[in-house]
Ligand binder design. Sequence first.
Ligand code: URA
Length: 233
Amino acid sequence: MERLQKYIAACGVCSRRKAEEYIAEGRVSVNGRVVTEMGFKVGEDDVVKYMGRVILPEEKKVYLIINKPEGCVTTVSDDRGRKTVMDCIKGIRERVYPVGRLDYNTSGLLILTNDGEAANRLSHPKHNIDKVYVAAVQRVPEPAEIFFFENGIYLDGRKTAPAKLEVIGEEPPTLKITIHEGRNRQVRRMLEEIDNRAVSLKRISIGKISLGNLKKGKFREMTEEEINYIKHC
Ligand code: URA
């Protein structure tokens, strides 16, 4: 239960102080009865109206990152009963959803939020946000193959945007790959186009958001700095 003026402010109608004025003026009703009493308390089941229209508290914006494990689908629910990314965020009450997708067998950084605007900004290719992956592959690519990969490869008749490929290990052959788009199975398909194959694939960052040492299957809330970044990137 909370005080009516606080509830009205939480609905985004106005400030608490202004709400007190509106209550005194008789603009607010609870369960069909006009309430002018200041200390009046309301709970979840009460129907509060301002100027005759029902008002509801705005949902708190939530920004999470998870380290998605392999063997889990990037959906909110799965009709085949497989594990989903939602299994990583047990205890979160807000209805967040994943931004973009990681394949069933890809692990690493995935953002979940209920902020639709931020989600759109992060996903749109025009914002040119680097997505960085580490791939264990079958073999170290030749310089010509790296050139070809970085320059852009035709997938489904459309060339990929310039990418970056760095060899960061030889035993086992390991690559750091940076792309800007999020096309279906993009990294795996680009590697196949240079006669290679990802044995494992993990995303380690999206723009300025990094996975750090977050354990597989775990989540954390974004820091204020990270939230500011995704709201303005
Ligand atoms: N590219 C892929 O091939 N798979 C992913 O999950 C992400 C990027």
